[in-house]
Design a protein around this ligand. Structure first.
Ligand SMILES: NC(=O)c1ccc[n+]([C@@H]2O[C@H](COP(=O)([O-])OP(=O)(O)OC[C@H]3O[C@@H](n4cnc5c(N)ncnc54)[C@H](O)[C@@H]3O)[C@@H](O)[C@H]2O)c1
Ligand SMILES: [Zn+2]
Length: 368
């Protein structure tokens, strides 16, 4: 598939996103071309235990073949690794191992690994080059592109971070073969989101895959990963710092984040909460912006066909509304939410009151 170029205004360098089968075996050779890996260049390969066990040796071999002096740093899998203490452990280990300014950090794993390794790379030695090798659908289609890196605090997710773009992103769809079905589905929710806010052809193609029972097949999904990466690069190139158009990517997330926060992060995978959030925000788009209700129903049917949740078993807790009000996107004028005036378009609006949002969230409860 054609490589994608991410260009940031005011920066001399652009970077490449490649979506190709078999890339895991060619990370080293690619890095020689894309990021100037020279014989003897120190390479810090950061991964988590699961991904390291599955793909660490292959990537390490390819890096060594290309002349990299590789050391591996393995994190515990899962969200708790997005922590300052984990970043500090990386700093200490890198310092102990004498990692210099010429070192390249390779983040091999899902969004957790790229967020924490990218963040550590942004700060160590006042900034090391890094490369993302995403292995989950969420990371390939979304998280690894765009330079947002960071860790969580007790007070909330992603509260400490930096914009630090990778030198390159290498997504190998074959890596998705080992991804649990539930994670694959959760990633598909973000794929649907990209279709809703930017590229309606993604929805058409995904609907056809779902009909043929191929939506969880990495080979069949690969062209959609590529299409999402194209769209993500489009947003990032126009609005690196998330001050305008890039906010469209928060579609489904006002309600989604509040569900995650109020139901506990264990009850929902992020993508599952976003799926329910998109249903609510599509219905709100019908009420507020005149979105064609049939379009909203089609997207809802697609989410259902993908095996994603589209309703709630019971009414939301009071903490849901506290989370909505705390949401980062809240402006002075009220709760700011991304809505969809037509499929393929997005608009940030400030809700004058919570009444309509209460109505659509109420409509999510099964049997209502
Ligand atoms: N920086 C951004 O722009 C951005 C955007 C969206 C999400 N995120 C962040 O991404 C994180 C979620 O990422 P995620 O869903 O990739 O989670 P993750 O990195 O925790 O991976 C999920 C699980 O899958 C395992 N895994 C990864 N690849 C695998 C593979 N190929 N086969 C088998 N198992 C595999 C991991 O070990 C982990 O247990 C969140 O912290 C979120 O905040 C960041
Ligand atoms: Zn998301």
């Amino acid at each position: 598939m054609k490589s994608i170029s991410v260009r940031i205004a005011g920066r001399p360098r652009r970077y490449t996103v490649r979506v190709e089968r078999g890339l895991l075996d060619h990370v080293g050779a690619r890095l020689r071309r894309d990021a100037g890996l020279l014989p003897g260049t120190p390479v810090a390969l950061v991964t988590d235990r699961n991904v390291g066990r599955l793909y660490g040796a292959r990537v390490e071999r390819s890096l060594r073949r290309a002349g990299g002096a590789v050391r591996r740093y393995t994190l515990a899998p899962g969200e708790p690794s997005k922590d300052l203490a984990v970043a500090t452990r990386l700093f200490e280990a890198w310092a102990r191992d004498g990692l210099g300014k010429n070192a390249i950090v390779v983040a091999l794993g899902g969004g957790v690994v790229s967020d924490v390794a990218g963040f550590a790379a942004s700060a160590f030695g006042r900034g090391l080059s890094w490369v993302a090798v995403p292995t989950t659908l969420l990371a390939q289609a979304d998280a690894s592109i765009g330079g947002k890196t960071g860790v969580n605090l007790k007070a909330g997710k992603n509260l400490v971070g930096a914009f630090h773009h990778p030198r390159a992103v290498y997504a190998d769809p074959e890596a998705l073969r080992t991804l649990p079905a539930r994670s694959m589905r959760a990633g598909l929710a973000e794929v649907v989101k990209m279709g809703v806010v930017r590229d309606p052809s993604i929805l058409v193609r995904l609907t056809s895959l779902a009909r043929r029972g191929l939506a969880l097949d990495p080979r069949a999904v690969a062209p959609l990963v590529h299409a999402c990466a194209v769209s993500k690069a489009w947003f990032v190139s126009r609005d690196e710092r998330d001050k305008g158009i890039r906010r469209a990517l928060n579609f489904g997330h006002t309600v989604g984040h509040a569900l995650e926060a109020s139901e506990g992060y264990r009850a929902f995978h992020h993508g599952e909460a976003v799926a329910v959030g998109m249903v609510a925000e599509l219905r709100l788009s019908v009420l507020e912006l005149g979105l064609d209700p049939i379009a909203a129903v089609h997207v809802e049917a697609l989410l259902k066909a993908l095996g994603l949740p589209t309703s709630l078993k019971r009414r939301v807790k009071p903490s849901f509304w506290r989370a909505v009000l705390r949401d980062k996107k809240r402006g002075r004028a009220g709760v700011r939410v991304v809505l969809c005036p037509a499929i393929g378009k997005a608009k940030v609006i400030a809700l004058p009151s919570l009444t309509q949002l209460e109505r659509v969230v109420g409509s999510l409860v099964r049997g209502r």
